[in-house]
Write a protein that binds this ligand. Sequence first.
Ligand code: DX5
Ligand code: ZN
Length: 219
Amino acid sequence: MPLIAPSLLSADFGNLQRDLNMMNESDCDWFHLDVMDGVFVPNISFGFPVMQAMAQHARKPLDVHLMIVQPEKFIAEVKALGAKVMNVHYEACTHLHRVIQQIKAEGMMAGVTLNPHTPVSSLEEIIGDLDLVMLMSVNPGFGGQKFIESSVDKTRRLRELIDRKNATALIEIDGGVNRETAPRLVEAGADVLVAGSAVFKAADPVEEVRILKQVGAVK
Ligand code: DX5
Ligand code: ZN
């Protein structure tokens, strides 16, 4: 069974407390928070004051996805949220190894996110240091985009790299995850599925989480 991390980017920002409480009552595992700076990605979402407010109502661990330049500047702020996972982009870190050690020193899980064009082989030298690798299966910046099909094969190749190196990193997939893509991703080796629009645009978001959570379960 995969871990399910609903992306609050697709929640109703006018009713965040309501939507957080709805997800608190669901089978979901983590809350996925998407931070955008208008520089690394062509959009701006929300920042630390809003996430502090969300953290007060969240009863699931926080998975913070920083789509920003120089994410290392904000390690202390992410830690102050009580986050479980801090995801930084491979493409945003010149000194990735140092950033990973700093995140781990703060007691958080260190995650590295790859844009669709960044090859799995870029992680060859650092995979053993990582707690999590997140593959973007859309170009980051917006919810509700079309799933990039080659992400299934990329997931399989990442699983091979992790196994070959005897590494323990979890595989998380972000973008276009829904009832149709989720089973194929889990079969390819995904451990954690982020889902924004599939959950929050569903007629019954709690039921949608339950369905995604059952993917791969023995019937
Ligand atoms: C995109 C974000 C995603 C987004 C996913 O930049 O990183 O987390 O919310 O949304 P869906 O599931 O709708 O593709
Ligand atoms: Zn995300």
